[in-house]
Write a new protein. Structure first.
Length: 133
């Protein structure tokens, strides 16, 4: 179900969101590892059997990754980039839709940006910023 987050609500959800994000990141790293193994398998004299087994493992890992992203986004956040560690929480500022943004490694939501600007357009949330609903 869709809803807008206040800064307090986003911060309260953050520990669970971080845990789910890190699970998705681990699944993404597993995919990268399997892709490298497949490349090595092709460039060496291994049999097709090993390659096909790796391909099946990769397919399973990709399914688990997308499931983990779905679980993460079911919290109400939007994944902008797993690799860069960027998530956005939908919010409102003076009736304008904006994003509260989080980057992997941060422990609280400290920034927001307008709907059409990305990470580079981040602005700090003022301590008493009651404009963010």
């Amino acid at each position: 179900m869709f809803s807008f987050f206040t800064t307090n609500e986003a911060n309260a959800a953050l520990p669970d969101v971080i845990k789910k994000f890190e699970n998705a990141l681990a699944k993404r790293n597993e995919i990268s590892k399997l892709e490298k193994e497949m490349q090595m398998s092709l460039s060496t004299a291994n049999s097709f059997e090993k390659y096909v087994n790796l391909k099946q493992k990769l397919n399973s890992a990709m399914t688990k990754f997308y499931e983990s992203v779905e679980i993460l986004e079911n919290t109400g956040v939007v994944v902008k980039s797993i690799e860069q560690g960027l998530l956005d929480f939908p919010s409102k500022r003076f009736n304008e839709e904006v994003w509260l943004c989080w980057k992997h490694g941060e422990t609280v939501i400290k920034f927001w940006h307008e709907k059409d600007s990305g990470f580079m357009g981040r602005k700090p949330i003022e301590v008493s910023d009651e404009s963010l609903v």
